[in-house]
Ligand binder design. Structure first.
Ligand code: AMP
Ligand code: MG
Length: 404
């Protein structure tokens, strides 16, 4: 056993992680319908006007506004209909005083017309005439050419996340694909002689691999491409070979073996292949967490605790911000709620505790069972933070819950 001689604070761990971020530089072209959540790698400049022509914003009649300047129900303007213009058609007849064209929303405005009166303010008068029963002002109900986007306008800036509205703007200028930053490749691997893949059967002393799946899910949810491997047994040779096989990953995450037991080999592994940036954080759960830089490729390496709740908890609070920064995604918008605590909690002094809670009847009910129990997380809606210098949170005390 090699006990932790020292731990760093959670703030210091965050700081060292922030300093180690290298935003991804690779880019790739993706089809627009696969671009949701990706990050634009270029400014995108429009080469056309949107809309490309002046168009009607209403179903109604295109006319010369002066013809209906004083029109009303009692004193309508009677105009001759010279054409019907549907969407996708090009008008053939110019509108002159005394005439109009029936026009659909989105259809091109005919030459000569400078206003559209909506159909609800008109009445047909025989087959070829219409009575306009409301005044018209020049420009009304017309979408002018380039009202939305003009040629040369920047539709998307480099670094913008492609959300639905931005994808729509790229579609509007006719691009079928978009240049985005590559998603970081994240190699994920569980260590431990006892850890076996779900789907097989357990021999005595064995457990199923949980961390590989929780880490895969969280990595995929935050902009990474998870490349999960089979579990590896606790020997320096196996771990070394597994690490070598992760060449090409942008981030490597191992779980297990990061503590101080005699089989906890992550420290030895890093000693031979990288530089430890920290090992041991004054946080609960998740104290035995390591972060290093591998010599090969200068790749960041996370040594996560084997305990499933410790592993996933630190993935939420430390890995996710790091991964998102590498992926060039903005920080997760923290969704927090304030409510009373449903039951008294005693917390260990000297460590920042992330204590999981379940929302029940407007209260935060403690849900944390232990670092090794995944139900501490699967049965929780979020967590509260208990600072290192606080050892008791009383029932009824107002707490801030960060939702998962
Ligand atoms: P370790 O960090 O390797 O000392 O493991 C701490 C505890 O977590 C032990 O009870 C392990 O059996 C368990 N554990 C380690 N890795 C995993 C895993 N991938 N899935 C589920 N439990 C694990
Ligand atoms: Mg282990």
């Amino acid at each position: 056993m090699r006990p932790f001689t020292s731990t760093i604070s959670f703030d210091e761990a965050q700081h060292r992680l922030r300093s180690a971020v290298v935003p991804i530089g690779r880019t790739e072209r993706v089809a627009l319908d696969e671009s949701a959540g990706r990050v634009a790698a270029d400014d995108i400049v429009s080469t056309l006007d949107v809309p490309p022509f002046a168009r009607s914003a209403m179903d109604g009649y295109a006319l010369v506004a002066a013809d209906a300047a004083a029109a009303s129900v009692d004193s309508p303007a009677r105009l001759r209909i010279v054409e019907r213009i549907f969407t996708g058609q090009v008008p053939r007849t110019a509108i002159v005083r005394g005439t109009c064209a029936e026009i659909a929303t989105g259809a091109p405005l005919p030459d000569g017309a400078d206003a559209v009166v909506m159909v609800e303010q008109t009445a047909l008068d025989g087959d070829s005439h219409v009575r306009i029963q409301a005044t018209a002002a020049a420009g009304q109900n017309i979408g002018r050419r380039a009202a939305d986007i003009s040629t040369g306008a920047i539709v998307l800036h480099r670094g913008d996340v492609l959300n639905p509205g931005r994808i729509g703007a790229v579609a509007a200028i006719g691009s079928g694909d978009v240049n985005v930053y590559a998603r970081p490749r994240v190699a994920i691997l569980s260590t431990g002689n006892e850890v076996v893949e779900p789907g097989s059967s357990l021999s005595p002393g064995q457990i199923f691999d949980v961390n590989r799946f929780t880490l895969t899910a969280i990595v995929e949810a935050h902009g990474g491409v998870a490349d999960a491997r089979r579990p590896v047994d606790d020997s320096v040779d196996s771990l070394g070979a597994a690490l070598d096989a992760c060449a090409g990953a942008d981030i490597v995450i191992f779980s297990g073996g990061s503590s101080v037991g005699e089989r906890d080999l992550i420290v030895d592994l890093i000693a031979s292949r990288g530089e430890m940036i920290f090992h041991g954080i004054a946080v609960k759960p998740g104290k035995p967490t390591a972060f290093a830089r591998l010599h090969a490729g200068d790749t960041p390496f996370f040594g996560m605790p084997g305990n499933p709740t410790s592993c996933l908890s630190n993935a939420y609070v430390l890995l996710v911000p790091f991964l998102r920064a590498v992926a060039r995604l903005p920080p997760v918008p923290g969704r927090t709620l304030r409510m009373p605590l449903g039951r008294r909690i005693v917390s260990q002094a000297g460590r920042l505790q992330f204590y999981t809670v379940k929302l029940e009847k407007g209260m935060a009910m403690p849900a944390f069972k232990g670092s090794g129990e995944i139900t501490s997380l699967s049965q929780a809606d979020g967590y509260i933070q208990i600072p290192p210098d606080k050892s008791v949170v009383e029932e009824g005390e107002s707490v801030e819950v960060t939702l998962f």
